[in-house]
Design a protein around this ligand. Sequence first.
Ligand code: GTR
Length: 330
Amino acid sequence: MYNYKINVSLATIATASVLSALSFSAQAAEWRGWNIHPEGYPNSDALESFAEKVAERTENRIEPRLYHNAVLGDQPDAIEQTRNGALDFANFNMGPMGPIVKETNVLSLPFLFNNREHMYEVMDGEIGDRFAAALEDEGLVALSWFESGARSLYNTERPVETPEDVEGLKIRVMNNDLYVEMIEAMGGNATPMSYGEVYQSLKTGVLDGAENNFPSFESSNHYEVSQYYSLTEHLIIPECLCVAKSTWDSLSEEYKTIVEEEALAAAELQRELWSEGSKESRKIVEEAGVAINEVEDKQVFQDMMQPLYDAFIEENPDLESLITDIRETI
Ligand code: GTR
């Protein structure tokens, strides 16, 4: 005999499970995450922890998956991919961001910050929010700020003590015209190039040098092909943990809170790991025979940057007050 009741309840169960499978698949999202650094780098560990915690707290409805070593593209390309939602999250340096988000170019002005504490104070406060708003207008939600130490010059030829020592050196810079102007103001020849090409170029003499912090100098193995590291400390550039705006907008309020909290926790962890990691990297390169020198008179380098500031302000008069606000943040 036809049992209407049983059939109805079977149908209900079937519909319910189809619905729950559908809603699960609609909610479970694999997030593609870009990272330029190798595993074990302070930023990589912090991003891994972000990915794990987000997966755990969303019961795997969000599954962030990290791709290290820039395998998904070089940094300018990855910025574009995140803006258009092909990538979901990434750790970006504000250097290559400048050509896309004009305001962030301020962060690439040499000797802008006095030290890392100054940078934290600025980025963790209201000024950091202003940069985040500018990024959001271009499709990137900056949830927290990572540190990237201070960048110094290194090369294959000689220690840099004065600007005369930079003269004629072919120096790799990140993709941003400001850095070309910066190196040229010091008397060197700047070559914008993606990070992944630098090792080979130093090795074959296409480049004489580059500039970066200790962890990157070490983890990229540039120290194997570049013997002189000179503490010019000309750039202190913050980095973001950014989520694609389209990805962010698709989240419920509850998930937004989780992702944001974990991004902040990741930044805290990254900063701790950075302090240790920097010392460790410095030790490794020193032990490998790299000659590290202090630069006695940094002021002379700093003074050479005045024309660059003047030109920048002339081109971007609306950003002058931002520079002043940063300088006045103590
Ligand atoms: C590193 C930074 C990377 C990348 C690299 C470079 O310090 O963390 O995002 O910008 O420098 O020089 O290209």
